[in-house]
Structure formats: C-alpha cells, structure tokens
Design a protein around this ligand. Structure first.
Ligand code: CAA
Length: 251
C-alpha cells in the first residue's frame, strides 16, 4: 500500500513546548502519526503524554538532547520502532538566552548555537537518507524573523536562526530530485512562553508597534503553514524561507 498522509510519520522536536504542542496536535488532527521529542530533563513529560491522551491525541514522546547526535540517533530509532520511519521532520526545538552582546558570554553563545543550529545537523542526519531511499520526505526548519532582520539582545539567536536557512538551501539542492523538500519557516512574535517572557515594557514599546497586523501571531497559524509544507500540494516548494510575521519584516 502506498504511504498516504493518513499514515505518514511526523517527528516534532521540542514538541511539548509552546509552539511544538500546537504543531503536534494540529498534525494529529490532519491525520498524521505524530512523535515529539522532549528534553531529557523534562520531569513532566509523562503528565503531558497522559494529558494529550485524555484530549484524544495519541502522541509518542521520546527523550532527546538535540545538541547530542547520539541522543538524536537513539530518539529517531525509538520513533521508528513505535511508528515507522520518519517522513516529516519538524526541527522546532529552540531556546533563547537574550542579552546584549556586551553581557553575552561564550556559554550563552554556545547554548543557543548548539540547540538552535547544531540540532539541525544532528536530527536531519538521522532521517535524510531514509527519505531519499523512499523517494519522499519533508524537512521543515523553524527559524525566526530575527534570523532575517536581527534583534536587539539576540546576537546568538539571530546568528543561529540565520544559519538555519543556509542549511535549508544547501540540503534542498542535494535532495530535490529525490522527492524530499527542505524548507524554512520564519515566524515572527507568536504568543508563546518564549515571547511572553520578554519584559512587558519592551514588548509594548519596541515590538508590538512594529507588527502591522497589530498583535502577536497564534501558534495555530504557524501550525497551518507547517501542515501545508508537509502536504503533497507543497511538493514544488523547496529551499524556501516562508515568513509568517504579521508584516513585521518584508523581504
Ligand atoms: N530596540 C532598541 N533598543 C532597545 C531594545 C530594542 N528592541 N530593547 C531594549 N532596548 C534599549 C532599552 O530601551 C535601553 O535603552 P536605555 O539604556 O537608553 O534606556 C537599553 O536598550 C537596555 O535595555 P534593557 O534595560 O532592557 O537591558 P537589559 O540588559 O535589562 O535587557 C534585553 C536587554 C534582554 C535584550 C531585553 O531588552 C529584552 O529581553 N529584549 C527583547 C529581546 C527580544 O526581542 N527577544 C525575542 C524573544 S522571542 C523570540 O526570540 C521568538 C522569535 O523567534 C521571534
């Protein structure tokens, strides 16, 4: 039987987080089998899985330190055991360590670069060959508006998120003939914990006034874009960087 969207396997890194949870549940709604990774230190992962189950979402959760390639290999092997090979990889896991460059030390640089950029190598390495062999695959990399425009206090984050799209473009070229697409999405300020952690005064005075739509984005809006990129209809979209930022930055 040919694989269809109803049987395809999606793996969302950081899938229990603000954006990741909505991406994961919307992908279940769209008919995919969904697995998420959570960071090994997350003591509440069992509660999350149980809570999702109560809401009708059967989501497989595996521990994974996305900065560690062996941990990524192990996580993908567990998903393959439980659901089958990964058809759609959403590289969503990410962190911020916002501070002015003057205050930024190497630890905060490394943490963000490893989690937000090295993770793409570590995770995609585990699934790309299989996608090519099966002649079908989707790699969707979550970057940020701040990878395109820069952001005050985010030298580390903006560098990593800009790097994401370089990775996307190079890999997209290498696998284009094999039915595998690789794309970047660049969300703007979305109403998740990562954004609500910004001091309210900074949000009100420096950020919201620069969003023409006049509000934060919704995780559901980002999930909708990811669902499109994962679909058959998106087979001709590859190497793209799709902005979803309420008009904050237009390229
Ligand atoms: N643009 C211009 N100036 C800014 C600024 C901005 N965005 N943010 C702060 N400043 C100015 C302040 O007005 C202040 O100026 P004065 O000294 O003249 O008063 C100066 O910079 C210092 O500001 P703070 O007192 O805030 O300095 P701080 O060291 O306490 O904090 C900071 C600095 C951590 C960067 C803080 O300003 C901050 O959190 N900013 C928000 C950073 C941000 O946008 N992060 C995005 C997180 S969401 C995300 O990353 C998701 C995504 O992909 C979009």
């Amino acid at each position: 039987m040919a694989t269809t969207e109803t049987t395809r396997v999606v793996l969302v890194t950081g899938g229990m987080g603000g954006l990741g949870e909505i991406i994961s549940t919307k992908m279940v709604d769209a008919g995919y089998q969904v697995a998420v990774t959570y960071s090994p230190g997350n003591a509440t992962h069992g509660d999350w899985v149980a809570q999702m189950k109560r809401k009708g979402y059967a989501i497989v959760a595996v521990p994974c330190d996305v900065t560690d390639i062996d941990s990524c290999a192990n996580a993908v092997a567990q998903v393959a055991d439980k659901l089958g090979p990964v058809d759609v990889l959403v590289n969503n896991a990410g962190i911020t360590r916002d501070m002015t460059f003057k205050k930024m030390d190497k630890v905060n640089w490394d943490a963000v670069l490893r989690t937000n950029l090295d993770s793409l190598f570590n995770m995609t390495k585990q699934v790309a060959d299989g996608m090519v062999e099966r002649n079908w695959g989707r790699v969707i990399n979550v970057s940020s508006v701040n990878g395109s425009k820069g952001a005050f206090g985010q030298a580390n984050y903006s560098a990593a998120k800009a790097g994401v799209h370089g990775f996307t473009k190079a890999l997209a070229l290498e696998v284009a003939k094999k039915g595998v697409t690789v794309n970047t999405i660049s969300p703007g300020y979305i109403g998740t914990k990562m954004v609500t952690a910004i001091p309210q005064e900074v949000l009100d005075s420096k950020i919201l006034p620069n969003i023409p739509v006049g509000r934060l984005g919704k995780p559901e809006e980002v999930a909708g874009l990811i669902i499109y990129l994962a679909s058959e209809e998106a087979a001709f979209v590859t190497g793209a960087n799709i902005a979803i930022n309420g008009g904050q930055h237009m390229q």
